[in-house]
Design a binder for this molecule. Sequence first.
Ligand code: HEM
Length: 499
Amino acid sequence: MASPLRRSSVEALKLGFDGVKVQPFSEIPGPKFPVLGALPTFLSYGFRKSHSFYKDLYKQYGPIVDTSILSDPAVMVSDPREWRKVFQREGRYPKGIVSDLWMTEKVNKKHGFPTSSLMQEGKEWQQGRQALQKDIFSVASATSYCEPVTDAAQQVMDGLNMKLAKDEGVDFDGVMVDAVADVFTAAVLGKPLGFSTGAATEAQRRWARAGMRSIELTATMMFQPHMKIWPEAFQPYREYEELMGDMVRTTTQLVEETIESYKDFSGPEDELPYVVRVARRGELPSETLAHEVQAIVVAGLDTTYHVLLWNMLNLAQFPHAQEALREEVFRVLGPSAHFTRDKLSEMPYLKALMRETHRFSHPASLFTYRFLDEDVALCGYNVPAGTRIMMMSEGLQSDPALVEDPEKFRPERFLPEAVEARKTDPLKSLIDHKLLGTPFSFGARMCLGARLADMEIMTLLAKFTACFDVQLAPNQTWEKVAKTMAAPEPSPKVIFRAR
Ligand code: HEM
């Protein structure tokens, strides 16, 4: 049987890889320099342009690429049908991004901080994850935070209106950061801390910024493993260490204050904030709770901000999408634009817009990978146990063989009738594969806050669209750079006008 390499990539994607003769790992195409592997090519792009690096590798080599660097074997796999095989084999204790968090481990050891169970592997991770996911992971538990999130989103709009009325300059990036920090703290701590209205204290602002900056520093260090050798010699590690110390103090204080303020509350459990629910369950030692919450802050703020930012930027640059969403928001939610999950089935445009942003801007791509304990055949090649398997879809989702006019932003392509129309086309329907649909990964280590993040973003998009016209200022250009996720740089100017 022919190797998938000898067929064109498109043909291979069309036919799939089941039943093809399995070739050895050494045959996987890629930029293979002796000893260095893909390192020289990676360095020619640099970490900041790593999105382009992976996208170009797909274009050049197809759905599987050998991205090994030095002695670390790695492959990039772009076909979601092949990802399924990886998740099926990940076992009880999946190994992914956490295996790269040497910097967190080092800082914790040095300062005597406990390491969050979410940042561990094996049984420690599983026990913590089981306790922490009960009040947040299922659709029902995430939905139970809808009211505080909606109220917080309204405060975000009020805060922005206040700034516009006072004619204070409005910085798009800052509005997005504050909005996410407010809806997040509403769900986790029971009230928005008032980042958008100016009520948050300086220490709280520093805390939120530190949470966001620390994950960016983590990503920077993860992709530059030479920093492991002598971390203190590198600025990102020194800054990270300082931020962590600061954050621990403020997180501990916020968690204690929240628990104290609910100590006499005897109403329904689903009116409690997340940290109080977890504390009352009592399944985790109380002295480590603040460290678990800190891991959640680090994992949940910056990520949500990036996804919100690109969705809003796309609304600002593509007025047709903004108009279509606004029409749907008013029709389904009415003038208050209060989003509730039961309305989601009536809001196909909102879903399609977020799906198209995930395809077109692809904010989150670097985080989904696994190391398996067994060999696996992927895209017709044997991938040995222990290889870093990176599941990346940026290249595939902008492949003109699969997507018509991939450089155009068209949420309509993900409306149910469009999806239905391509259902029987093996190539074009690949884009609708379930594993490509969200940025949250899959399997047992799938993002803990996926449903909460989705709800936060949908709530904010509905409110922003109902309350403001958003428009990209003239002559804005930016580059897409890798931070934690992809970010536009310089940050574009967006004009908000109250409606
Ligand atoms: C749009 C926003 C978000 C994106 C794109 C995102 C994405 C991800 C991804 C890709 C992973 C890695 C999963 C894997 O290795 O399979 C992850 C893990 C995680 N996320 Fe999120 N996330 C977001 C928001 C949140 C929020 C709001 C929270 C908390 C409330 C959160 C908490 C976590 C935690 C704790 C983990 C580690 C889970 C584990 O290893 O068991 N994330 N996220």
